[in-house]
Design a binder for this molecule. Sequence first.
Ligand code: SAH
Length: 353
Amino acid sequence: MTTKVDLLSLLPTELEEFFLSTGEPKFRAKQVFQRLHRGERVSEITNLSKALRERLVSETLDTLPVVEEKLVSKIDGTVKYLFRLHDGACIESVFMKYKHGNTLCISSQVGCRMGCKFCASTIGGRVRDLQPSELLGQVIAAEKDSGERISNIVMMGIGEPLDNYDNVIKFLRLVNHPDGLNIGYRHISLSTCGVVDGINKLATVDIPITLSISLHAANDERRSEIMPINNKWNIASLLQACVSYYKTTGRRISFEYTLISGKNDSEADATELAALLNSYFRPIGAPIHVNLIRVNEVKETGFKKGSNESVNAFAKALEKRGITATVRRKLGSDVNAACGQLRRSNLNKKEEY
Ligand code: SAH
């Protein structure tokens, strides 16, 4: 049996090869690329002959995610999607409206194997990586469902994007392509728990996206307690990779810091964090930005969020030491089960995946 081709994962040059190998002219590639990226399925591309459409339907995979469940916030219109993939696995994406445009937060893997202690997405481990078509498909399917253009993407959903490096890079090239969605690299952020070899590789490809680092602690002892990745790449090696990334790309790096009550949210923690970041980034003149997030309480983890006052005091302590800090505005609080929780509750219902 020949394996079916995943057309939506192919770049235009690869699509050309595919059509040439099936005896079709090269120009079919552009036609099909444009239509697929607009959300049409192969069977709906009516400017292809019926015979060719039927052949493509039988020889290719339909990998466009399907809306399984959708929660719409009554407060601000945020939409949380549970998408079902062609093999039955489910992932989450979140559509948010900001003044600077519509943003989609996408997943990069089915589950996650990074094991961060506060995170719901990692509880059942990693099931599989997402293919480029499934990364892109979240954007296409959300545009199709909402009828709105998405102008920004954040890779902060389920999974560790740099643990799925090759597929993520291909996705970035696909989503940026002028014949497709044409979303600028500067409108895309990728968040990592600190996969240093991935950060180093990312610095060498010409894809100037914004890198966001999930730091969450200012010393190794504390970080290793909540983020096992720190045992492989400690804070020094992570921040050194960030310095190199900045030197090579000139792109500002932002840091995510999830505040957990009594664990990492004291004023002394803020002072330590400021000293750490200043020691690496002041000497090279790099701007430093910290995004503070109050931990989303996940029933399995037992971590608690602190008071608004403690968050504000933490932000003030950073600002006093020259570090800009923003407290993440919470969109869709009425639909915002912490990332990964919608998929988990769906799993518990179905006990598959
Ligand atoms: N694996 C990537 C991207 C996915 S998580 C990463 O670790 O960066 C996106 C962000 O949400 C990360 O900063 C992550 O640490 C944070 N996060 C995960 N669970 C959380 C929770 N329960 N409360 C608050 N932030 C959480």
